[in-house]
Every structure is written in C-alpha cells, then in structure tokens.
Design a protein around this ligand. Sequence first.
Ligand code: ADP
Ligand code: MG
Length: 605
Amino acid sequence: MGQIKVLDRNMVNMIAAGEVIERPASVVKELTENSLDAGAARITVSVEDGGRKSITVTDNGEGVSADDLANAFESHSTSKIKAAKDLAEISSLGFRGEALASIASVARVKAVTRQKDSAQAAKVEIDCGERSPVAPCSGDYGTTVTVSDIFYKIPARRKFLRTANTEMGHITEQFIRIALPREGVDMTLEHNGRQRFRIHSDYSCTQRIKTFFGEEIAGKLMAAQRNQDSLSSLTRPSDKLAIYALIGKPELSRTSGKYQYVFLNGRFIRDKFISHAVREAYRSIIEPGRYPVLFLFITLPFKEYDVNVHPTKMEVRFYNSNLVHSEVLSCLREKLLASDLNPAADFSGVGGEKKGFDEVTQAIQDFFDKYKTSSSQRGFNFSSLKSSPHKPGVEVPFKTPSPDGEVFERQDYSRLSEQQGFIQIHDSYIVLQREDGFEVIDQHALHERIIYEKLRRRVSEGRLESQKLLVPETVMVSDIQSSLIEQFADLFEKLGIEIVSFGPDTCAVQSFPSLLSSAPVGEFVADLLGILEEKGTTGDNLLDDILNMAACKAAVKAGDSLTEQEIQGLLDERKKLELPERCPHGRPTTIKFTLKELEKQFKRT
Ligand code: ADP
Ligand code: MG
C-alpha cells in the first residue's frame, strides 16, 4: 500500500494559509484588496484587540451574488481570471483565488454581501473550513467580512501572535500600503472602536503621507515625475512607464529602507532593481549606510511584468528591468541634482532654545574676524595650530598677533620636533608628532571608538547612567514604533533612556544617557527605532548596532574645531582603548608615517 495520499481540501487550504496568512495584518491586506478589486469607493477596517479577536472589513463594492457566495470560499475560486491568457495581463490585486479559502480554514469567518440588483443580502459562515449553507439576510449594498479568533484551532500558530500593539502596528503598516496610492477611495481604520486613521477620497498623495507620517516627513519631500500628464493615475497604467515620486531631502535619511514605499500600478512591492536605482540616485548625496525616505508610484502596462511569482505578490518580475532601473534612476537623480539640498540654517541653540538674532550676528562677525587674521596662510588653517601646553618650547600661536596678521612668521617649527606636538588640520584631523615620524588621526573615528568602548563597558556592567532632560524632547512615532518601545522596554532602560507616551503618535524622552549628552536626542531616538524596526525581530548584533550608532552620533564630527584640551583629552583616552586603531565600523582611526618613509619619498636615502 502506497504511503502517498492526496490531502483533503481543508488541509490544502491550511497549507496555503501558511503562505498567505501569516498574521492578522495579512487578513487585512487580503480583505481590503478584495474590496478594491470589487470597485469599492469606501472601505472601513475595524479591528479588535490588534486583530487577535476580530477584523471586520466593510466595503460598498459590487458584492457577490448569493449563488457565488459559497464558491468564493473554495480554494482556487476567483472571478478575476478565466483563462491562461488572463495571467499575462493581471489588472486586479488578487487573482489566485486562495485568500478567502485560506482565511476561512484558520478562523471563524462571516460574510454578508449584497449586489446592486438584489432584493436582499446573503450571508455565509465558515468555522475553520466548516461552511454553513448560504442564507438570505438583511444588509447594505457591498460586502462585509468578519474574521474572528484567527488560528484558534492551531495553537502552534496562535502562540506566535504578538501583543495587540505589535499586531496593530503590522495592520497599520498594511493599511498604509493599501491606502497611500488609492486616490479617490475613502478609507478608515479603527481599533477597539476608536478611529485611527481616516483618509478622505479627495486627499492628495501628500495629504495621505501627512496623515500617516506627519508634517515632519511630508514637509521634506520633493516631487519628481516622468511621463506623467494631468490625466495620469497612480494606480492605472497608460501605454508607457510613468513615474510620480515624492522624494525625501537628504536630511530626512533613515537607518533602514523601511520608509521607501514603492508602488507598481497601486500594488506595494519590493524590488531589488528599484532599490538599487534609488541607492545610485542618492549616491554621495547621503552618507553610506543611510537610506532616503521616498514614495515612488510607478505605472506600467500590465503585460510588461509578472506578479505571479510570490504568494503575497510583493515581488514582481519585470520583463525589461533595465528600463525600469534607468527610468527610476534618472527621474530621481535629475531632481536631486537640480535641487538645493543644503538644509536650512538652524539657529536653535543648546536645549532647543532659540538664540537671539543679535547673538547669531555676533557669532558670524567673530568668525569673519578670526578668519581675517588667519587669511594670510595658504591652504593650511594655522589658526587652529595646537600644541600641548605642558610641553615647554612650543609656542602657542595667536598669543601676540601683529596688526598685519603675519602672526605665524615667527613660529619656530624646528622646535616641534623635540617633543610630541600636535596640530589640528582642516578641523578634521589631528597630526601628532612622534619620535620616529608622525600620525594622522581621524578625530571622528577616534572619538567614535572611545565612546563605543565606554558604552560597551558600561552596558555590560549594568546600565548606562542617565540624566533627566530639562525640557523633555518629543518625538513622532508610528504605531509600530510605539509598540517597539513597549516591546523593548528593558533595552531602553539599559540604555538609560526614559521615554513615555505623550498623546497620539508622540512620545517624550525624559531622560537620556549622560555619555551621549552631545548627541541630538530626537535624531538619536529616531535612529534607534529604525534599528529596532529593521533588526528587532532577528536580534542579530542588535546591541552592537545601537552602540555603534550611538557612538557615531555623539562623537565630534569632521569639521568641528577642537580646543587644545579637547585634543589632549582624546589622545589621553586613546591610550586606554582596547582597539585604538579601528573605529567601530572597522575603518582606521590613525595612519602612521615614519621618518624613514618620508626620507624615501624625498629621495634622501
Ligand atoms: P482572489 O481575490 O484572488 O480572486 P479571493 O479568495 O480573495 O481570491 O476571493 C475570491 C472571490 O470572491 C473573488 O474573486 C471575488 O469574486 C469574490 N470576493 C471576495 N471579496 C469580495 C468583495 N469584498 N466584494 C466582492 N467580491 C468579493
Ligand atoms: Mg483576493
């Protein structure tokens, strides 16, 4: 007797559900996509307990006839394709005919639906694959599907559901991905009876972004387009590839690519060619390792790509990926190169207080005065010539400037050779004299290493010492981020960051680690949340990534003019380092030059 059996229908559906229905958010995705495919102009998503208890999606779309209703829940049943040729040109969001069957195999489902020409509505209920007969009932035009107690008969999967907050974060993300490009559709998301988002049908793309991500992001986007005309839609293709892009200015960059939303004919996708084009477009415009924020709406004739490559349809196969790549790249790059990307001057002083205008004017005046006295120097900023005050014999410049500014002519450089003198050049590097030559130190890289090692030591000993902020700093957070703050409460505590919820979508940082006092609090927390969003679940090198980022944020930057004492401090700290030669990212902190090498270069030997 053979061992191989054909699985029964419900088993097949449960297996399919494993691919399509990962968590409550997948249900929201599939149901709202069905509503859109049914031509709905209004969709309400109502969630209880993060979808763990129930999810109800109501639409005013075309509905299902009573005759078809039972079939809709059979696997591979769809009204969207009829013949093989239809697969080559899929214009609907769904087409595989497995979503409803999959959902109904792992939860309790109730569907009520009514078509325009029907005298009454019809309903059907399915409990983990057990279907009741279709029955008439009262109901409005359109369809309402309620999915309750997801995975209740599959404890192994129910166990993997996270807290209501976390699940709600995923649902919100799905809702955003569906609603962003859908101009003309009115969409509402509710949680436990409270409205989370309401997107009116006449909201523009930018208004939608503002509703979801706040003015913070929406206000720093620039629009770019290609082959767009006034009739162009964000979800329906014309006869050629067209792009509408809202692209973030460089200062809006993030630590992960999470804020890169790419839509193809209204479908949210992830695509490596497009990501590559985005990276290329921003090359040398933002720091390596940072990701721009951007919203790309691409329309392309349906026959030019295949969506039937992945069960969740998040990946597609372009037949001409080179064209897509080059069009995205030039659209973005041209816009970026044509824009003035310098961030606006920020006159806010320490602690977020605005400095008086006079103070700023005075600072600018001082700068030019200082510049004048050193302007006689050629290409070398002697005004920041530094030397150790403890070593005799090294003259400190600026002590006796002569009126004509030729203050440095009298500097006796030969005497520098007798001891360890140092100078800062280009406000970025420290040149340190040694007996056998000299070293060039990257001030940022060295300081990063110092802070990183200190942080690591303190964290492994317990927690970072923190200090209360005089004025709590508020940060905008998404639902997902606020659930991460809850989920990683221990980590925040270890880092010495006290953060509390402060009204909708806002948190307030009340305490901050003293070691990082020079890091910008808001930016730091945004980056920290970025890392958690990206890596939180995998946990790979999580703490190390955070400490790296922290060290980078708190370290002096290239371009910071340092005082003698500050440089001396860095050099003293350097002696205590475990690994002084490398910054935490693995780049060198120091390059050494020996006299021997110099002699060789000058052909003295
Ligand atoms: P697919 O969307 O891939 O066709 P589904 O299992 O999601 O498969 O849905 C099966 C069928 O049920 C759809 O093809 C459609 O005819 C019908 N249907 C599902 N949801 C709705 C809805 N909200 N309004 C109208 N028809 C729907
Ligand atoms: Mg579907």
